[in-house]
Design a binder for this molecule. Structure first.
Ligand SMILES: Nc1ncnc2c1ncn2[C@@H]1O[C@H](COP(=O)(O)OP(=O)(O)O)[C@@H](O)[C@H]1O
Ligand SMILES: [Mg+2]
Length: 244
């Protein structure tokens, strides 16, 4: 990794959203959002279906254009170097129709010159050692998602963005991905994830941002959110009363 990128890696957080709005077509999807992602936190973006959670992550990842307001990474506007310090994992894995190895190499060639050893290490971490030659399309859902995580880790991101990374996964893959999130966070990475699994949010999150209809209704530390939600909407959502 070049020195320049390393310096950026130290300085990606806090992430600040100020009066930020996103409009798709005629619809306001994120409505004057104000919130802050702290350095080295694990932030759960919670809220019912259609609340804007995925668009929130995509906005931070620079995949969606901001209509008005500001998004800053340690006071800097988003740019290519900042984006290269982020890795996104989608609910439905996006993989090349090639082998496991080719999927890993594609990212490493593109983003940096990580050694073969690192690649094997990471495959080992996600329980896919020995799968190198297997076509990615033949993997199970859980294996595909673990490969997506492995690809994300190959770029050694400072910020991990995970959109419902364990929805519908088998318990082994779910546990493994949760352990990876905690491990990456313990070595200084900031994580933002979405989930509909309240136990998972409690297990992983240090902080919670609760979205409803494109607005931030609550932002607080996780324990406070679950112990004493301030809004009726959040209380209902936590108790499973809002349809998801
Ligand atoms: N490409 C798009 N075009 C139009 N509307 C969209 C698009 N993507 C998302 N939306 C709308 O934006 C809202 C928020 O979507 P999303 O962020 O996917 O919600 P969540 O992830 O919380 O379920 C929804 O009402 C959805 O229909
Ligand atoms: Mg979503």
């Amino acid at each position: 990794m070049s020195k320049k990128v390393f310096e950026y890696a130290q300085n990606l957080t806090p992430i600040q959203l100020t009066n930020l709005s996103v409009v798709v077509g005629q619809k306001i999807i994120l409505d004057k959002i104000n919130c802050k992602i702290k350095s080295n936190s694990i932030t759960a973006i919670l809220g019912p279906n259609g609340a804007g959670k995925s668009i929130f992550l995509q906005t931070i990842n620079g995949l969606v254009s901001v209509q008005s307001g500001r998004l800053t990474f340690n006071l800097m506007e988003n740019n290519q170097e900042i984006r290269e310090q982020q890795a996104m994992v989608f609910q439905t894995p996006v993989l090349l129709r090639r082998t496991v190895m080719a999927n890993m190499q594609f990212v490493s060639n593109l983003r940096n010159k990580e050694s073969n050893r690192l690649l094997k290490n990471i495959l080992n971490k996600v329980g896919l050692e020995g799968y190198e030659k297997k076509p990615a399309r033949l993997l199970s859902g859980g294996e595909k998602q673990r490969l997506s995580m492995a690809r994300a880790l190959m770029v050694n991101p400072n910020l991990l963005l995970l959109d419902e990374p364990t929805a519908n996964l088998d318990p082994y893959s779910l546990n493994l991905i949760e352990d990876l999130v905690l491990e990456e966070n313990s070595i200084g990475k900031t994580v933002i994830f979405t989930t509909h699994d309240m136990s998972q949010a409690k297990r992983l999150a240090t902080d919670v941002i609760f979205l409803n209809k494109g607005k931030v209704l609550e932002q607080t530390i996780s324990k406070t959110f679950f112990k004493s939600p301030k809004t009726v909407e959040a209380e209902k959502y936590i108790n499973g009363e809002i349809l998801i």
